[in-house]
Each structure stands twice: as C-alpha cells, then as structure tokens.
Ligand binder design. Structure first.
Ligand code: FES
Length: 166
C-alpha cells in the first residue's frame, strides 16, 4: 500500500502518497517534477542527485522518501532563481564550473552545504587544523569527492567555492 509522506521542499509543504520503496530522488523528480536534481548512477557513486536535507547534503538516490517524513529539503530549484541566483550559482558561471552541466545541480548543492559544514566545524578527512583561517583546495576537493564530474571541471568548481567562501 501507499504511505503518506509530508515534506517541506524549497519552502513549500507537500503531501505525497508513495510506495514505501520510492527513493527521495524519484519522489522529487517523478512525483514533484523537480527535475533539476539529476539521476546519474542511482547507486550512490556519482553525486548528481545531491540535495540538502535538514541542512546536510545527501545522495537522494540512496535514501527512501518515507524516511524523510517531516524533513526540510532544498533542491537546486530552491537555491536561487534565474532573476536572483544563489551566490554559488553565480560563482559557478563566473568560473566556468561546468561543461555539460549534468552534475552541476548536485555539485552546487554539495558546494553550498560544504561551506556550511566547514562553518559548523564538521571535520574533513584531511583537516588536521580546524582553526586555520584559509581553506585549502585539498580540503575542498576532499569534501567534494563524492561529486563526480566527467568533464573534469574540478579546478573551476574549487575556484567558485573559494570565491563564495571569501
Ligand atoms: Fe545518486 Fe549517482 S544518482 S549518487
């Protein structure tokens, strides 16, 4: 049978009736028609499906929608609009942080959440000194390592993140 799931997606409260096997990714794309979030591998390997749930980035293909009943979800559609881009979206344009663009929504959601993680003091695998002021590219690359870009726009993505991080 179907299970009721209530989510707040990009500031809007939505009520869904879902097969309990529905991933959060499929709920977003197929039930809410928010197709900005991409399905690359559907197995947790590429990061194209990254969204922000309760302030933390997750691979939406790896989690069931029913597990997020009551949660707040932000997708690329909720970060900015064409008229008012999120600073990270603007920085990706400025620094050419993409080529084909398929991974870009996930890259941007991840990048936004990474800067919040760093501000919150969440350690990374390469962080041995959380007190230092400057972010190293190495740390940003490590934190972004779950987001694959086949066009290899990595240096430009890091440049965009550094601009937003100030
Ligand atoms: Fe979820 Fe690839 S589609 S990690």
């Amino acid at each position: 049978g179907m299970i009721p799931v209530e989510l707040t997606v990009n500031g809007r409260e939505v009520h869904l009736q879902l097969d309990p096997r529905t991933t959060l990714l499929d709920a977003l794309r197929e039930h809410l028609h928010l197709t900005g979030t991409k399905k690359g591998c559907d197995q947790g390997q590429c990061g194209a499906c990254t969204v922000i749930v309760e302030g933390r980035r997750i691979n939406s293909c790896l989690t069931l929608a029913v597990m997020h009943d009551g949660d707040t979800v932000t997708t690329i559609e909720g970060l900015g609009t064409v008229d008012k881009l999120h600073p990270m979206q603007r920085a990706f344009i400025t620094h050419d942080g993409y080529q084909c663009g398929y991974c870009t929504p996930g890259q941007i959601c991840s990048a936004v959440a990474v800067l919040e993680e760093i501000a919150a003091g969440v350690p990374s695998h390469v962080t041995d000194d959380l007190d230092r002021v400057a972010l190293s590219d190495r740390e940003l690359r490590e934190r972004m390592s779950g987001n694959i870009c086949r066009c290899a726009a990595y240096p430009n993505i890091i440049a965009a993140m550094n601009e937003v991080a100030g």
